[in-house]
Design a protein around this ligand. Structure first.
Ligand SMILES: [Zn+2]
Length: 114
């Protein structure tokens, strides 16, 4: 999270969020926070290990060996993963890997196939 922008009127740094509005407690100025990047609030951008933007349905490759919990084997580097689904969690990719079944990966350990 980046810090909130200062008040555009009095430059106070003590601004706070009130719903979709930003409020300045010093001069009582209220303004919308939805200019610029906040416009698509809630729409998280997923990036792979090299910064490519990932989308549902993309194909990625695994960039390091990933040991599965419970002795389920290792997903080898270079494994291709098709039709990923992005989810808002710590392991932010839901996918199925042939031979392993459904699992979750982290975007930082994959690279998009373009
Ligand atoms: Zn102000």
């Amino acid at each position: 999270m980046s810090a909130l922008p200062p008040c555009p009127k009095c430059n106070s740094e003590f601004t706070y969020e009130d719903g979709a509005q930003l409020v300045c407690p010093e001069c009582a100025h209220e303004w919308s926070a939805t200019a610029g990047e906040a416009a698509d609030e809630g729409a998280r951008v997923y990036r792979d290990s090299v910064g490519n933007i990932l989308q549902d349905g993309d194909t990625v490759t695994v960039i390091k060996d990933l040991k599965l919990k419970g002795g389920g084997g290792t997903v080898k580097v270079g494994t291709k993963v098709k039709n990923i689904r992005l989810v808002d969690s710590d392991h932010d990719i839901d996918c199925k890997i042939e031979g392993f079944g459904a699992m979750s990966l982290k975007t930082e350990f994959v690279k998009k196939v373009v």
